[in-house]
Design a protein around this ligand. Structure first.
Ligand code: BDR
Ligand code: CA
Length: 306
């Protein structure tokens, strides 16, 4: 199995990604890092801890960044409700007190410890802002060879979901994305170009609910039903699924740059589709996903039959 760390901003689709990573026999989930993103850090961390408890797994959860790499003064806007609802999991709210507590380390030390202890290189799977991965590669370039791959959900070679050009995770921290895309580690980009194929309908969720038992499935189906009524795409599990089943994702290797110029292109993942610049490719760009194979993995993870 592949040793991996999942970096989340839980988040409805993050919750499904956590279930898939925790339950797949092909993934050895060594840690989770929760950061700001879909909701403020306090909520995404609590949601992540709660999910590990519902899954019954002993995976350490680290408290990641509360704001973007270059925006130390940023504070979350109160009262902004997106498709993840007020606290991140739609209508479902994590209990205030939980048995599990976050690891007592900073995300850089947490990631370094995991990579140093692992005999094999570790897959990093960021499905939120890239802040903590950026902090890590800047602080510990000596550990780059221990990164097997960075399989990320983020970006869009064509079209965006925050502006017509920019995807949410990259938009949340463009400087971090630029650092990660330029770090030299192998990158698989599961952006909107391929997550657009991961359509999950209300009917699919209800069928899943009927076939599942237990509190975890109930939480995922309740939050999933709310989120998918606004956005029918379950993005994040694809960055996990493509490590489990190579056939789930079709990729093309290209040079990708992050636009940092202020304006509606800030945070755009600019792909040199025709390799006109002649620069070495730094990213395996996901261009299409197989929706059946994707849902087969995700639904089996929720049911506990993987
Ligand atoms: C990404 O943004 C978040 O809303 C989702 O969790 C996903 O990671 C999709 O653009
Ligand atoms: Ca996410």
């Amino acid at each position: 199995s592949i040793p991996a760390v999942l970096l989340v901003d839980t988040g409805v689709d993050d919750a499904f990604a956590i279930a898939l990573a925790a339950r797949s026999p092909q993934i050895d989930l060594l840690g989770l890092v929760a950061s700001f993103g879909n909701s403020k850090l306090e909520n995404t961390l609590q949601n992540t801890l709660w999910l590990t408890q519902l899954l019954g797994v002993q995976v350490p959860v680290c408290k990641g960044s509360a704001h973007a790499f270059c925006e130390p003064d940023w504070v979350p806007e109160e009262g902004v409700v997106n498709c993840h609802g007020d606290r991140g999991l739609g209508p479902v709210v994590a209990p205030d007190t939980l048995a599990a507590a976050p690891a007592g380390e900073d995300a850089v030390a947490f990631l370094a410890g995991i990579l140093e202890r692992s005999e094999e290189p570790v897959a990093l799977i960021p499905v939120g802002p890239l802040t903590d991965v950026a902090r890590f590669v800047v602080a510990r370039p000596d550990l780059l060879p221990k990164i097997r791959v960075i399989s990320l959900m983020g970006g869009a070679g064509r079209g965006g979901n925050v502006t017509p050009f920019v995807e949410a995770n990259i938009s949340s921290d463009p400087e971090a994305a630029a650092t990660v895309f330029g770090c030299g580690a192998p990158i698989v980009m599961c952006g909107l170009d391929c997550t657009r194929d991961c359509v999950v309908t209300a009917a699919m969720i209800e069928e899943l609910r009927a076939e599942s038992e237990g509190e975890l499935a109930q939480v995922l189906c309740d939050s999933g039903a709310f989120y998918l009524s606004i956005d029918e795409l379950l993005h994040d599990p694809l960055a996990v699924a493509c490590l489990i089943d190579e056939g789930v994702l079709r990729t093309e290797e290209h040079y990708v740059d992050i636009c940092l110029t202020p304006g509606e292109h800030r945070g755009q993942t600019v792909v040199d589709w025709e390799d006109r610049l002649g620069r070495p490719a730094n990213v395996q760009v996901g261009v299409a996903a197989d929706p059946q194979r994707f849902w087969q993995l995700v639904s089996a993870a929720v049911k506990g039959t993987l």
